[in-house]
Ligand binder design. Structure first.
Ligand SMILES: Cc1cc2nc3c(=O)[nH]c(=O)nc-3n(C[C@H](O)[C@H](O)[C@H](O)COP(=O)(O)O)c2cc1C
Length: 172
């Protein structure tokens, strides 16, 4: 898609995936888009874990309170902020705000790049952080911020309504 505005509007959260795997070179291209997102002080204190193992995806789905699309997706990403790094550079603002923003900015780039490749995603925020860490066997310094289920869409749902412009934007 050539028009970024069309891409942004047409992207949908996908919760039904084809089982087809995603080519490694395509995954790499998509993930690289995440690296180019802005980050506080350009620290880039964020890590994206890539999961394709069936058991690990099932464990992640459990950690997301049984959301099926997490287990069903051929690939699942978990975006984490490095809490220790954030704390040492920015104190409380680093751990409660910047880290979340950094991971979210990277993930939005990834989500849009994936759509450009014809690949659907679903941002999953409802999970138990400790259980996600346990599923991935990762250290406490990583705080999971967002889980993203990813794969070729089986179906694309209609667009949920958006607020009208004047409700969401106030020009002062
Ligand atoms: C912070 C955040 C948390 C979300 N958590 C979930 C979730 O746990 N499960 C899910 O299926 N979708 C989740 N979503 C996706 C939203 O439901 C979805 O973006 C919204 O309904 C708008 O639909 P659209 O993405 O197709 O435009 C989340 C999105 C965001 C940004």
């Amino acid at each position: 898609m050539d028009d970024i505005y069309e891409l942004i509007k047409q992207r949908r959260s996908i919760r039904n995936f084809k089982p087809d795997p995603i080519d490694e070179s395509v995954i790499k291209r998509i993930l690289e888009a995440g690296l180019w997102a802005p980050s506080a002080g350009n620290l880039q204190a964020r890590t994206i874990f890539v999961v394709t193992k069936e058991q690990m995806k099932r464990d992640l789905s459990d950690a997301c309170f049984g959301q099926d699309h997490v287990a069903q997706a051929p690939l699942v990403l978990v975006g984490c902020t490095d809490v220790e790094s954030m704390r040492s550079y920015y104190g409380k603002r680093g751990t409660t705000l910047y880290g979340i923003c950094d991971v979210s900015a990277a993930m939005e780039n990834i989500i849009l790049a994936a759509w450009q490749e014809g690949i659907g995603t679903c941002w999953v925020g409802n999970f138990d952080e400790e259980q996600v860490r346990h599923a991935l066997r990762i250290d406490k310094r990583f705080l999971p911020v967002v889980v993203v289920a990813m794969g070729y869409p089986l179906e694309v749902p209609p667009a949920p309504a958006r607020k009208c412009f004047d409700e969401g934007v106030i020009v002062l």
